[in-house]
Design a protein around this ligand. Sequence first.
Ligand code: COA
Length: 485
Amino acid sequence: MAKKVAKKSRAARPLKARARPSSKKAAARRSSAKVVGLKAAKSNGKSLLPPPSKRPFGKDGKALDGVRILDFTHVQSGPTCTQLLAWFGADVIKVERPGVGDITRGQLVDVKGADSLYFTMLNHNKRSITIDSKHPEGKRVLNELIKACDVLVENFAPGALDRMGLTWEHIHKLNPRMVVASVKGFGPGPYEDCKVYENVAQCAGGAASTTGFRDGPPLVTGAQIGDSGTGLHLALGIVCALYQRNRTGRGQKVLAAMQDGVLNLCRVKLRDQQRLKAGPLAEYSQHGEGVPFGSAVPRAGNDSGGGQPGWILKCKGWETDPDAYIYFITQAPVWGAICDVIGEPTWKTDPEYTTPKARLPKLKQIFDRIERWTMTRTKFEVMNICNEVDIPVGPILSMKEIAEEPSLRATGTVVEVDHPVRGKYLTVGNPIKLSDSVSEVKRSPLLGEHTDEILSKVLGFSKSEVEKIKVSGALSAAGKEDKAA
Ligand code: COA
C-alpha cells in the first residue's frame, strides 16, 4: 500500500504529466485520489512512507521535486526564500513585470548590460516569465499558473497582491491546495501597512538597539537578518504548510513578518531584558567597568551573548590590516589551557582568576592580557594554537579571504557560476546540505527567458494561443506602451 501512495503522490509524477491545463473536475479528482490514497494507507495501520529507496544517496531526486512555486518575489527577502526552495528541487517560476523585471536586475550594476550581482546571486535555479499582472490577459495567464502551482510566494508592499485581484479568497477558490506565502515588514498591528527594507527591520526587530558600542549610536549589521533571515523563516513555513497539506489536502496562508524574524534572531536580548529585573547583567563588560544599567538592554560591543565571555582581539598585523583580529572566548572548562597559552600559569590557581565568577569583574583586564599574546601571532596562528587545546576562537575573515577559501569551494558553499551575459562570478551556494538532495547552483534566468516554455509546456497553451496572448500586450513592455498610447 505504501508503494501505491508513493506512486500517486504529486511529487512522484513527472512534471510533464501535470503540465496541461486541467478542468476543475479533473483537478478535484486528482486531489481526492491523493487524499484517499493517504487515508487508505493510514487505515491499514501501515506507514505512509514508501519503502526505503535502494538508490545511492544523492541519486534519488531532490527533496522538493514535484513542487511548483509561483514566485512573485522581488528584491531580497522573497527571492532568498524561493532560491532555497529551488535548490531543494522545486520548480520556481518567477513572474516579472514586462520590460523591467525584478528591480534588482538593474541595481548596483557592475557589468553594463548584464543583470546585477544583486539579482543573479538571489535568483539561481529559477525560470522567468514576464506577465503584466494588471492586464486582463495577464490575469488569465496568472489564474492558470495558480491552478498549476503548489505555492505562491510574494513580498509585495501590503495590499499590492489584493490590488492585482489575487486575494486569498480568489486564489483559494481557484486552487484550494495552494499555499500562499508572504513576507511583510510587520505583522498585523499599527505598522502593518508600512513598506519595509532590511535596515528598517533590523531597527524595529530589536537588533540595532542591541548592536554597537555603549557610547556610540545603534548599529545595523552587515548580515541581512531582516531580508535573508526572513526569507529563511518563510521557507520553513512553506515546507511545513506543504507537509500539513499532505494530511489536510488544503493550502494555507504563511506569513513571515520581518520584524518578527529579526526579533526571533534577537531572542537572547529579550532574555536579557527580563534578566535585568534580577540585577545587573554580570557578563556584560559594562558591569565590570562599574557602569550602571538603564531600563533597557544596552549595546554590548563585542561581548558574547552567552555565558562564556568573549571579545575581539588584535592580532599580528592589525596596524595595517583591518581584519587582523580574532574573536576569543574564555570558555570556563579550558581556562587552564588559556592561562598556559598566554603565559599566565599562576592564574590557574589564583583565587582572583580561577573561577568564572571571580573573572567577571575583570574581563577587560583579562582580555587586555590575552591580546598582548594574540598581537604576537597572526589570526591563523592563534586559531591553530588555540584549537590544539580546544579554546574556541574565530578569525575575522574578510570577504576576500572567504572568496578564496578552498574548503568553502569544496563544499559548494562558495560557487563559481557562468552567466551568458556577465561571464563568471562567485556566489554563495546552498548553506544547508542534505545528503540525499544535493544542490547544484544554476545561473539566474534572463528576464522572460522562459516565457514561451512556461506558457506551452507548463500551461499547455497552443502555439496560436501563445501568439494571441503575446499580441494582447500582456507579456511585453512594448505591448503595454502600445495599449497605453
Ligand atoms: N505586473 C504589473 N504590476 C506589477 C507587477 C507585474 N508583474 N509586479 C509588481 N507590480 C506592481 C504592484 O502591483 C505594485 O503596484 P500597486 O502599488 O499599484 O498595487 C507595484 O508594482 C509596486 O509593488 P511594491 O511591492 O509596492 O514595490 P515597491 O518598490 O514600491 O516597494 C518594498 C518595495 C520592498 C518596500 C515593498 O515591496 C515591501 O514593503 N515589501 C514587503 C517587505 C519586504 O519584503 N521588504 C524587503 C524587500 S528586500
